[in-house]
Write a protein that binds this ligand. Structure first.
Ligand SMILES: [Zn+2]
Length: 287
């Protein structure tokens, strides 16, 4: 089945590593989607780096899709989180010990405190989507999809994406077309380099599950930090060689060769594929 490649955390903060990942992909004729962070960790405002914006525009002209990838790519600390929980209670969220466990799992086990959209309130999510879309528009980039940092995509954000006309998003297990209310199970291959144990186990996992590509459309997700490790550069090169001949340039093509599955909770009808348009970006004030 088809394979789609993306580079996460595209930001001036990772410029050298992003270029290394691009060079690797281009060696195989692959044009990865670029997951752009408007202001990585609040320290790398995209619009303050015009040459980097120009580089992204050039890549987009050459067929790289641009996806919005959060706004800060950083979660609040637990202290800030506890304050915000007061507001979140209004939306029926669980609080207390259960909430703290949920927070710790999302921010410390699944991600390194980067699951930005995991526990923002609905109004915060709207503000960050508005601001992110505005930054990418000002940078001259057409937004073709949204990917939540750490693939942490609450149902409420999914609903926001549908209302905004997004036609591509994803999490750990599925790809989605929110506008058409469609989903498809999809394998994702990516590496974790936070600790040596995670690095080795993620390499072993990616090698072990490769055969599932026979059953599922597959995503190769490259993170800039991967480029800092000889082993991971080698593994990604191996994955790109393994995928050769089956790589597609757009996320929507992960759906194209398959019968769609409607998102069950939304009870959408089964539909056929259609060409994807850029998301109309709205002009709104930053949060
Ligand atoms: Zn990311």
């Amino acid at each position: 089945m088809v394979v789609h490649v993306s580079i996460h955390d595209v930001s001036p903060a990772w410029e050298r590593e992003v270029e290394a990942a691009l060079a690797l992909a281009h060696d195989f004729g692959v044009r990865p989607a670029l997951l752009v962070v408007p202001n990585f960790h609040g320290q790398a405002p995209l619009l303050e780096h015009p040459p980097f914006c120009e580089r992204l525009r050039t890549l987009a002209r050459h067929g790289h899709e641009i996806y919005l990838h959060g706004y800060y790519h950083e979660a609040r600390s637990w202290a800030d989180h506890a304050v915000a929980a007061v507001a979140q209670e209004q939306h029926g969220r669980v609080d207390g010990v259960a909430k703290r466990i949920e927070y710790a799992f999302a921010q410390h086990i699944v991600s390194n405190s980067e699951a930005e959209f995991h526990d923002v309130s609905p109004s915060e999510a709207i503000a960050r989507l508005d601001a992110g879309e505005r930054v990418l528009k000002e940078a001259g980039l057409d937004v073709r999809g949204f990917v939540a940092p750490a693939w942490s995509l609450p149902r409420s954000v999914h609903t926001l994406l549908r209302k905004r006309g997004y036609t591509f998003t994803e999490d750990h297990t599925h790809v989605y077309d929110p506008a058409s209310q469609l989903s498809r199970a999809s394998l994702v291959l990516n590496f974790a380099s936070r600790t040596p144990a995670r690095l080795i186990s993620s390499v072993a996992y990616c090698r072990a599950v490769r055969p599932l590509r026979m059953l599922l459309p597959t995503r190769i997700a490259i993170h800039p930090a991967d480029m800092r490790y000889v082993l991971l550069r080698s593994e990604i090169r191996s994955l790109l060689a393994w995928a050769r001949g089956n790589v597609v340039d757009t996320g929507s093509e992960l759906f194209d060769r398959f019968r769609f599955d409607a998102i069950s909770s939304l009870a959408a009808p089964v539909r056929s594929s259609k060409p994807k348009q850029a998301v109309p970006v709205r002009s709104s004030p930053p949060p």
